[in-house]
Design a binder for this molecule. Structure first.
Ligand code: GDP
Length: 454
C-alpha cells in the first residue's frame, strides 16, 4: 500500500437543510452497510468516524485503486450541520478539510442548502453535493449498498428518466447559485465544477461512489494541507466541553496535527486568559466487541492526528468549544499561550453603536451569525458567547430604539433567573438553532411592529 505516513486522514463534515438526510448519511457511513468482509474496519472515534481506505476501495470493487490514493482514509465529524462546520476551526479557518452538502433530490435546494454553499465558498473548502433519497423516486428498485451506476442500470427506463430529470434540477440550482456541475464521473475541476452524486442514505446506494469521490478530492486539492508532523506538538479543536461522571470537566476534541500524550502540558482557548493544564487521561470509545465492559472509554497513552478523543485534565472549566488545544513544552509555553490568546481575539466581533444583542454557543457560531446579520444590514450592539443572562436582558431593556431592544440567541438557552426578567421587561428574545430562521423571525417581527405603529 502506498499510504504516505506523513499524510493524515482528511476531516469531512456533512451539511445541508434539515431533514434532507445528514444524520441518516452519517449513520449509514458508521454502520456496517458500507464495509463488509476482510477490509479494514470502521473505527469509532470520539465525535468522529474513520473509514479506512481499504474498506472504501473494497466496497467499490476495485482493489487496484488502493495504490492510487495516498490518504489513509476519511474521518467524518459525527455532528451534522453547518453549525458544526462553522464552529470548528483550525489554524487555517474551518476544521473540515472537505464537505458533503446533502440535498433531498425530491425537494431540491432549501435555505440551509444555500447557507451551506455560502459558508463553503467563504472558506474555500472543496465539497461535493449528494442528491439523496433516490430510493423515493416512484418505482425505484433498491439495490442495497450498491455503487450508483449499478443501481441506475437496474432501473426501468421510466425510473431512470425521472432520476435524470430531478438530478438535472439539482445541477440547475447549483448553477443558479454560481457553481457549474456535472455527473461526478465527468468532473475534473472541483473548485468550480461541483460533483453531484445520487445516493440513498437508507439503502446505501451511491455511498461507495461518494467515498471514492471524496478520496479523489482530498488527493487533488488537499495533499499539501494534509502533511503533518507525526512527531510534532499536538494541535486540536474542541468539539464539546462535557461533564463526565468521575472525570469532571472533559474535552472532546479532534486532533488535526501532531501528537498528544498523557502528561503533556496543553494550552486551551477560553474567553479569558487561556487555560494551562496537564493531560490526565486520553480516552477513546471502547470497540463494539467490548461493549459489556462497564466503562465506556478506554485509556490510551498517546494519539496521532487525525483522531477524535476525549481528554480529562484539571482546570478545564471555561474551555471554549470551537477553541483550540495546543501542546506546549517548557520552552514554547509562553509563545503557545500567546498564540491561543490571539486565536480567540482574532474572532472578536466589531460591533455598532446601536443595534441588537446577539448570543451564541461558540465563537465560531457567533461569527457565522454576525456574517449573516451583516449581509442583511442588521446592526449589532453586543455579540457574546454563552446563554442569555440577566445582564443581557437589562442592557437590552435600557436601549431606547424598540427595534434594538432585542436579543437574538443562536444555539443558546435563557438562564433560569433571566426568564423572569424577560417577562417583566418585555425585552423581545428570539432563539433558534437555525440562522436563517432567526433572521426571518426578527424581520417578520420588525414588519409587524411597524405595521402596528402606523
Ligand atoms: P437531517 O435532519 O438532515 O439529519 O435528516 P435525517 O437524516 O434525520 O432524515 C430525515 C428523514 O428523512 C428521516 O425520516 C429519514 O429516515 C429520512 N431519510 C433520510 N435519507 C433518506 C433516504 O435516502 N431515503 C429515504 N426514503 N428516506 C430518507
Amino acid at each position: 500500500m502506498v499510504v504516505k505516513d506523513n499524510l493524515r486522514t482528511p476531516i469531512v463534515c456533512v451539511m445541508g437543510h434539515v431533514d434532507h438526510g445528514k444524520t441518516s448519511l452519517l449513520d449509514m457511513i458508521r454502520g456496517s452497510a458500507v464495509v463488509s468482509g476482510e477490509a479494514g474496519a470502521i473505527t469509532q472515534h470520539i465525535g468522529a468516524t474513520e473509514v479506512p481506505i481499504s474498506a472504501i476501495v473494497e466496497k467499490c470493487g476495485n482493489p487496484g485503486l488502493l495504490d492510487k490514493f495516498m490518504v489513509p482514509g476519511l474521518l467524518f465529524i459525527d455532528t451534522p450541520g453547518h453549525h458544526a462546520f462553522t464552529t470548528l476551526r483550525s489554524r487555517g479557518g474551518a476544521l473540515a478539510d472537505l464537505a458533503v452538502v446533502i440535498v433531498d433530490i425530491n425537494e431540491g435546494f432549501k435555505p440551509q442548502t444555500i447557507e451551506s454553499l455560502n459558508i463553503l465558498q467563504q472558506h474555500k473548502t472543496p465539497f461535493v453535493v449528494v442528491a439523496n433519497k433516490i430510493d423515493k423516486i416512484h418505482g425505484w428498485n433498491p439495490q442495497k449498498g450498491a455503487p450508483f451506476m449499478t443501481s441506475y442500470n437496474k432501473q426501468s427506463e421510466h425510473v431512470r428518466g425521472s432520476l435524470d430529470t430531478k438530478f438535472y434540477e439539482v445541477v440547475g440550482e447549483l448553477y443558479s447559485n454560481g457553481f457549474s456541475s456535472d455527473r461526478y464521473d465527468r468532473v475534473n475541476d472541483f473548485q468550480h465544477n461541483i460533483g453531484v452524486i445520487p445516493i440513498s442514505a437508507i439503502t446505501g446506494e451511491g455511498i461507495p461512489d461518494l467515498l471514492m469521490v471524496l478520496l479523489g478530492l482530498a488527493q487533488r486539492f488537499l495533499e499539501s494541507n494534509l502533511h503533518y508532523n507525526a512527531e510534532g506538538p499536538g494541535v486540536g479543536t474542541v468539539l464539546e466541553v462535557k461533564e463526565e461522571r468521575g472525570l469532571g470537566t472533559t474535552l472532546d476534541l479532534i486532533l488535526y496535527d501532531g501528537v498528544l500524550k498523557k502528561g503533556d502540558t496543553i494550552v486551551v482557548g477560553c474567553l479569558g486568559e487561556p487555560i494551562q493544564t496537564k493531560v490526565r487521561a486520553i480516552l477513546k470509545p471502547r470497540a463494539l466487541s467490548e461493549i459489556n465492559v462497564e466503562d465506556k472509554f478506554k485509556q490510551v497513552s498517546k494519539v496521532t492526528a487525525a483522531v477524535g478523543v476525549k481528554i480529562s485534565a484539571p482546570h478545564l472549566d471555561g474551555a471554549l468549544s470551537g477553541g483550540s488545544v495546543r501542546v506546549a513544552t517548557a520552552e514554547t509555553l509562553d509563545a503557545v499561550v500567546e498564540e491561543v490568546r490571539n486565536e480567540v481575539e482574532d474572532v472578536q466581533i466589531d460591533t455598532d453603536q446601536s443595534g441588537i444583542t446577539i448570543k451564541a454557543d461558540t465563537i465560531g457560531s457567533l461569527e457565522a451569525l454576525v456574517n449573516e446579520l451583516k449581509k442583511e444590514d442588521i446592526p449589532i450592539r453586543k455579540a457574546d458567547v454563552g446563554d442569555i443572562s440577566n445582564r443581557d436582558i437589562m442592557e437590552a431593556f435600557a436601549i431606547e430604539d424598540p427595534f434594538h431592544s432585542v436579543i437574538v440567541g443562536f444555539n443558546v438557552n435563557i438562564l433560569p433567573d433571566a426568564k423572569e426578567k424577560v417577562r417583566s421587561t418585555g425585552v423581545k428574545v428570539f432563539m433558534n438553532d437555525v440562522i436563517y430562521r432567526l433572521i426571518d423571525d426578527y424581520r417578520d417581527w420588525v414588519k409587524e411592529q411597524r405595521a402596528i405603529s402606523e
